[in-house]
Design a protein around this ligand. Structure first.
Ligand code: S3P
Length: 343
């Protein structure tokens, strides 16, 4: 009964979403709530919103603001973007939208020229924003409100939201326990550290596919690459995933190259919820500067190797992820908190 109010996904903030990944997954239009989603209630467009919309337009997204607020307020936010130099030729707005009515979600799609499957909604309220998006049949992303101190009528709504979200998380957790959580990401993205910490915290098993292969082959990854070659190793990766198919309640850490094969990705999705730990080349290089265990990075120009491989792989990771967590500059407990909130 409450499912209609459940968001498709959650995220900490509109400014901490993997938009590149959304684009890779085929999304082309984003409908945004404004107040408390992009800026504080009633506030003008600020530096970070100007930066965000510049980036989104550059990536190729169309955007529509959908606000239940008045024309003057919505226009002021939009004008702030114009003044900030954002190219608004594909940015639209609808005021007095009467969310959760479906009518204006549909109008927004029409304006942006997108379909249900290529449109995503981002907002901070369940009973208007998310419910309306769900009724329209588009992906709904719930973000935490920017300002925790809110007007009294909202405070009451927030209590009801909390109630619904308790059930939402309980349901998600039940489903997760019947399944596995899989960590994917580039070498050095923190899969092992996060995986071990999550397994301890949730009481899930911990499985590392590289370790499975090493045990079975009685050789280190580096030795396998050296004596039998990369192709041989890739075949063993697929075998390891097949072997895990009936397992559940595990945190499964994969090798950085596992998601590259389509067959592997199909297997990973069968195995459970895929979480992509997204890390910049700079962080990876810092972490792996003295590493000698990764054969693909034992090159004279390590930086070039990392950048090229990452460029090649990013799309694959992003396309497959159930959720993406951007890990740069975050502590382990922050990343875990995000996974728990967003999954
Ligand atoms: C690889 C990543 C490694 C390991 C192998 C190949 C890759 O795992 O599977 O060296 O292709 O990215 P980690 O991501 O755990 O380092």
């Amino acid at each position: 009964m409450l499912e209609g109010f459940y968001p498709s996904r959650r995220a900490r903030s509109s400014y901490d979403i993997d938009y590149e990944g959304l684009y890779e997954q085929g999304f082309r239009g984003i409908i945004y709530d404004i107040d408390n989603t992009l800026v504080e209630h009633g506030a003008d467009a600020d530096e970070r919103s100007i930066k965000l919309f510049n980036e989104l337009v550059h990536m190729g997204f169309s955007v529509c603001f959908l606000s239940n607020n008045k024309r003057e307020r919505v226009r002021r936010f939009y004008d702030g973007l114009v003044e900030g130099g954002v190219n608004v030729s594909r940015i639209y707005y609808i005021y007095d939208a009467k969310k959760p009515s479906r009518k204006n979600y549909r109008l927004a799609m029409k304006m942006m020229g997108t379909k249900k499957a290529s449109t995503c909604f981002i907002g901070d309220q369940l009973f208007t924003d998310v419910y309306g998006a769900n009724r329209t049949g588009i992906r709904s992303l719930l973000v935490r409100p920017i300002n925790k101190k809110e007007e009294i009528q909202i405070v009451f709504k927030r209590r009801l939201e909390k109630f619904v979200l308790t059930f939402y998380h309980r349901d998600r957790w039940q489903r997760l326990k019947q399944s596995n959580l899989i960590l994917i990401g580039f070498m050095g993205s923190g899969k092992t550290t996060i995986g071990k910490a999550l397994s301890k915290r949730w009481g899930f098993g911990y499985i590392d596919t590289d370790e499975l292969i090493e045990k079975k082959e009685k050789m280190s990854i580096a030795e396998i690459f050296e004596t039998k070659g990369e192709d041989y190793f890739r075949k063993r990766e697929t075998e390891a995933l097949k072997y895990l198919l009936r397992s559940r309640k595990n945190i499964i850490c994969t090798g950085g190259g596992t998601p590259l094969k389509d067959e592997n990705m199909r297997l990973l999705r069968k195995l459970g919820y895929v979480v992509y730990l997204k890390t910049s080349p700079k962080t990876v290089l810092e972490r792996l500067k003295d590493d000698t265990t990764r054969p693909l990075l034992q090159k004279p120009d390590k930086e070039k190797a990392v950048r090229e491989l990452m460029e090649e792989r990013r799309g694959k990771y992003q396309r497959q992820a159930y959720i993406t967590v951007i890990t740069d500059g975050k502590r382990v407990d922050e990343i875990i908190d995000e996974i728990e909130q967003d999954i």
